[in-house]
Ligand binder design. Sequence first.
Ligand code: SF4
Length: 258
Amino acid sequence: MSQFSLFDDRLEPAEPGQPAAPPPAPAPLPVTSDERIELSPTEKRELLEALGQRAAGCERCALSRTRTHVVFGEGNPAAPLVLVGEGPGENEDATGRPFVGRAGKLLDEVLARNGMTRSHVYICNILKCRAAEMQNGRYLNRPPAAEEISSCQPWLEEQLGIIRPLVVLCVGGPSANTIIHKNFRISSERGRWFTNSPYAGWTMAVFHPAYILRLQGPAYQAALDTLIEDIGRARQKVVELRRQLKEEQASPPRSLFD
Ligand code: SF4
């Protein structure tokens, strides 16, 4: 099955034996602004694994001294849809995996409500190590410092430069502050499409599952419904972009010298 078939289902079911469509080219990313040949899914996986191994030894910021694991990211290396959160918490630091624990379980449920699993998307964070400080003998989460985020940005740039997704979803405000614009306000700009990010052609911010878990009653249900709807819109955006790319490939512009 093509890694993109999920996003084709409602448009053009793949014919039996038809070769997988090559991954489409999104807007240029800062680390891939050259006109290079698109990588195969296998090449992307190998490059991401190598990048993850390099990141595992990273000491660019002080978080390297308190982390248990670098939480690099996981999922489909050729995913057209990438979800980027803020950073690892206690569970993620302990396991080395992004979005585990209650928030991760809720995210999995929201993906499932839209017919997706983690194998259809790629999930990572803007910060690869847990930001925490010692209080009363144990480490507690704290907001990351601006310099820690900027130290970690090259890893994210390389990651997205390999995957080259069509759409990036910023999960929570801090991710949107880094990926969309620095004064991003989740309360007023959530759910809006942006096309000015250097990280992907199309970006949008959604509620963080951890935020939703702090709500109760009707407020909880309303925020959860909004997240389900937003992720559904992101999947639909991928479908539309892929259709647009196919149409453009089917009728290339005439040569200037024809
Ligand atoms: S947070 Fe990022 S920059 Fe800092 S040590 Fe971890 S991987 Fe390196």
